[in-house]
Design a protein. Structure first.
Length: 364
């Protein structure tokens, strides 16, 4: 903390006698600035040698002390300087008025040296304590921000690691998680002002959605290789097993959340995406057969992203389609497979989806 002997006090009084008396009283312990008018007070208070405390006379010609105080509080660079009113006005209502304005203290004249010294010392100690707390809080806030950033990085790395586990089971998916993450963020951003979605698709939600998107196929880790990597069409029995990846993924995320003993927003969205991204608008999807608005928004967004990327990507069981062919299939699925408004928005911004696909194109 600042030593009181280094503190600067601005004395403001139109009486030369009062300025002299206060200067003589306080100079042995403090640095002193003096002003004989409200205008001079405002100039000195906002100058380079800013005071730590102001002793302000109330009854001055021209600009009185109350007016000066209001101007001090209005200015950004002086609003935090503590002020003690000095006045010959001894009525209780006058003191109440000054304190109601926000002054730290109120000393009546004639000046009593011991009272002035005690009040000045107390206000400087309070000011020093406030500054120490502000600096301490600033340090703590910086530390909290750093730890939050580190936790966020750990969370992102963990998500990517889990997602890549699923990719490693099916190496032909390559940059699928990066592309679908980009598609979902783009589609959500284009829909955030839509009347149907604007209450949910806030910037915070879109960020959480983007973080969660890579986990949409995490359940494939639990699918046997002979089914997951089969180059031919799956048998009905194998298809039943393949479809369980949706629930396997959401169950795994649910167990992770239980281990944490705390609900995390991004995990809630990740569970929705994992479990429901194969649902269809007309109710013909899996695993629950949900339809229309009952399907979570996050899953509806991922449905468009996942199908588009699957269509334009080569797999062991099929060649890649051109983006324009995939666009036509998405358009045909409007109102059947996909949310109509999401489909329209995808088609409107189709070129931007293709740009994301090109950016994360698989190496030859």
């Amino acid at each position: 903390m600042k030593e009181h002997s280094q503190s600067t006090i601005l004395i403001v009084d139109d009486s030369p006698e009062n300025l002299y008396c206060l200067n003589e009283l306080l100079r042995p312990r403090y640095r002193i600035l003096a002003a004989n008018s409200g205008e001079e007070c405002l100039r000195l208070a906002s100058g380079n040698n800013r005071p730590d405390l102001i002793l302000l006379d109330v009854m001055m010609p021209g600009m009185d002390g109350f007016t000066v105080f209001k101007k001090l509080r209005h200015a950004t660079d002086t609003r935090h300087i503590p002020v003690i009113f000095l006045t010959a006005m001894i009525q209780a209502k006058d003191e109440e008025f000054g304190l109601d304005l926000g002054a730290e203290d109120y000393i009546t004249k004639p000046i009593r040296p011991l009272v002035v010294m005690a009040r000045v010392r107390m206000q400087l100690e309070l000011q020093a304590a406030r500054r120490w707390m502000e600096n301490r809080n600033a340090g703590l806030e910086a530390e909290v921000k750093q730890r939050m950033a580190e936790n966020d990085m750990i969370q992102r790395v963990s998500i990517r690691a889990l997602a890549h586990l699923a990719e490693m089971r099916d190496p032909e998916t390559g940059n699928h998680i990066l592309r679908t993450q980009g598609y979902v963020r783009l589609l959500a951003s284009k829909l955030q002002n839509h009347p149907r979605f604007r209450d949910i698709l806030t910037p915070t939600y879109i960020e959480l959605l983007s973080q969660s998107a890579p986990l949409h196929d995490i359940g494939k880790v639990g699918i046997p290789d002979h089914i997951l990597l089969k180059p031919e069409k799956l048998t009905p029995e194998e298809w039943v097993i393949m479809k369980t990846h949706a629930k396997l993924g959401s169950d795994a995320l649910e167990m992770a959340e239980r281990d944490l003993d705390k609900k995390l927003p991004f995990l809630e969205i990740a569970k929705e995406i994992s479990h429901y991204h194969h649902e269809k608008w007309d109710g013909s999807g899996y695993p629950e057969g949900l339809k229309e608005n009952v399907i979570p928004i996050s899953a509806r967004l991922m449905a468009v992203a996942d199908v588009f990327d699957a269509l334009i990507s080569a797999r062991v069981y099929k060649p890649a389609m051109s983006p324009s062919q995939a666009r036509d299939i998405i358009a045909e699925g409007r109102g059947r497979h996909f949310d109509p408004d999401m489909t329209d928005t995808f088609l409107q911004h189709y070129g931007e989806f293709v740009a994301i696909a090109e950016h994360y194109r698989e190496p030859c």
